[in-house]
Write a protein that binds this ligand. Structure first.
Ligand code: NDP
Length: 493
């Protein structure tokens, strides 16, 4: 294990004066201001990107619309599938380059960039490729009796909605970008992607690879910029659907804006305050390694990762002591060091937010709780005890490596505390008592529930939140409804 050397083509790519990727070309609009891309491990600037204004967004949307009407519409589902698979091949071939770009801009450990972000990008693109040839309507026997002896029948068609705007957060830019791109392209839509201003580089590179994969110019466009750029996209009349992943406040504001734009379609994958319930029958030694890994992956900046541990009172002391021991031993350091297991937070505003929560937690800390006195946005993985379920640390999403732990006495109390949240993205139950597990599952308010595992996404399994954690579902074939219109046709003969 060693510290990774930055590839020459990664260095060259970062040194470029980046523009937007519109209609198969880099577009530089020189009047636009520039945004610095900071490496969160060093606080050094590694690149700059452009901050798209209204005219640039209009240009990108027009390109996507032209490509929808003139190019992508005539590409058969089979060819769409081939091209998405070709893109997956190219991502695989350029995996180290893409992994390094992600690590340098998001602070993600290089091992996570390689084996989770880039590897999952390939897997998801292949899944979406396989869906292109499986989009279908129904044949329906009409239910009303024929008036004059004529016959009639009905069919439904699924048609692409048109131009999609994909708005992406900073935690897994490439992979979440690929979810939106794959969903759009396989259903016959075209897309304009707006990555987070902190982590735009990997998606700019992916768009170049898509052109090499034979995906026609304009089918995938990338505009970089701030939240304002996202707002221009939502207001654009040629954009027919918004697919957003990000925080609850931004999601609510986007939802309102979309409704004000003639009820524009919108799907929202938002935040969580996810619960992990540790029942009395489990061995703490057996579950802790996987639970800790699932919780602190990418420094806890994972929407589905747990932030609230509920431990049966008979196991609480043992759990707290052993979890603290493991957390103290995690090697913290440079995300480019392959032996490190805990890196920096992804950006300065988020670092400030997490520091605020650490300060709030000072009297309740079991382990961790400190900012690390070094260059970069480093804090310790932190476990916090909570006695009152109205405690803001129990209620608010920190989206960082701060996890609360609370004991419970019985199932009724457990369910009531787990559901005491505006969020409902994911939850897990750790137990080998299957009848108890099946009794609990329907009572938990969450879109995904894992048993003896957590934070594990599979393209074959639908994913999305209930309550304030979102609207709509990604993956499996559940996403198809969101990217297509259902048209009903009745035929008399
Ligand atoms: P934000 O909501 O702050 O931003 C998400 C994206 O929206 C960014 O590209 C951002 O641009 C853009 N944006 C910000 N304001 C607006 C606006 N008014 N209109 C349109 N676009 C806007 O989320 P973060 O990037 O901070 O990501 C963290 C959040 O994402 C957490 O809450 C996390 O739980 C959630 N998340 C949910 C996932 C899920 O699948 N449910 C998966 C991953 C993350 P810019 O970055 O330039 O501000």
């Amino acid at each position: 294990m060693s510290t990774v050397q930055i590839l020459e083509n990664v260095q060259n790519f970062m040194n470029r004066s980046h523009g937007h990727f519109i209609h198969g070309k880099t577009v530089q609009n020189t009047h636009e201001s520039r945004i610095n891309i900071i490496n969160p491990a060093t606080e050094q600037r590694v690149a700059t990107i452009a901050d798209a204004d209204q005219a640039t967004v209009d240009q990108a949307v027009k390109s996507a619309h032209d490509a929808f009407v003139n190019a992508w519409a005539s590409v058969s589902p089979y060819e769409r599938s081939l091209k998405l698979n070709k893109l997956a091949d190219l991502v695989e071939q350029h995996s180290e380059e893409l992994a390094q770009l992600e690590t340098l801009t998001s602070g993600k450990l290089i091992m996570i960039s390689r084996h989770l972000e880039v590897a999952q990008t390939v897997i998801f693109l292949r899944h979406f490729a396989s869906c292109a040839t499986k989009i279908h309507g129904q044949t329906i026997q009409p239910s009303l009796p024929s008036m004059q002896g004529e016959k009639y029948t009905a069919v439904t068609l699924r048609q692409p909605v048109g131009v999609v705007a994909g708005i992406i957060p900073w935690n897994f830019s490439l992979m979440i970008g690929a979810w939106k791109i794959g969903s759009a392209l396989t259903t016959g839509c075209t897309i304009v992607v707006k990555p987070s201003e902190f982590t735009s580089l990997s998606l700019l590179r992916l768009a170049e690879l898509a052109l090499k994969a034979g995906i026609p110019a304009g089918v995938i466009n990338v505009v970089t910029g701030t939240g304002k750029t996202g707002q221009y996209l939502i207001d654009s009349p040629l954009v027919k659907k918004i697919s957003f992943t990000g925080s609850v406040p931004t999601g609510i504001s986007i939802g309102k804006q979309a409704m004000h734009n003639d009820l524009k379609r919108v799907s929202l994958e938002l935040g969580g305050k996810n619960a992990a319930a540790i029942l009395p029958d489990v061995s703490i030694d057996e579950i802790l390694p996987l639970l800790i890994q699932s919780t602190f992956v990418h420094q806890g900046q994972v929407c589905a990762a747990p932030e609230r541990f509920f431990v049966h009172q008979s196991k609480y002391d043992e759990f707290v002591e052993k979890a603290a021991q493991i957390l103290k031993q995690l090697k913290i350091g440079s995300p480019l060091d392959e032996s490190v297991v805990f890196g920096p937070l992804s950006n300065q505003p988020h670092f400030e937010k997490v520091k605020h929560y650490l300060k709030m937690a000072q009297d309740q800390i079991i382990t961790g709780g400190h900012v690390i006195d070094t260059q970069g946005y480093f804090v310790e993985p932190t476990l916090v005890k909570v006695e009152n379920i109205e405690d803001p640390l129990f209620i608010e999403e920190t989206f960082g490596p701060i996890v609360t732990v609370i004991p419970f006495e019985n199932e009724v109390e457990l369910i009531s505390m787990m559901n005491h949240s505006r969020f409902g993205l994911s939850a897990s139950i750790w137990s080998n008592d299957l009848s108890k597990v099946f009794r609990l599952i329907p009572q938990i308010e969450a879109g995904s529930i894992w048993v003896n595992m957590h934070t594990f996404l599979d393209p074959a399994v639908p994913f999305g939140g209930v309550k304030a954690s979102g609207v709509g579902r990604e993956f499996s074939d559940a996403f198809i409804d969101d990217y297509t219109e259902l048209k009903s046709v009745m035929i008399r003969y």
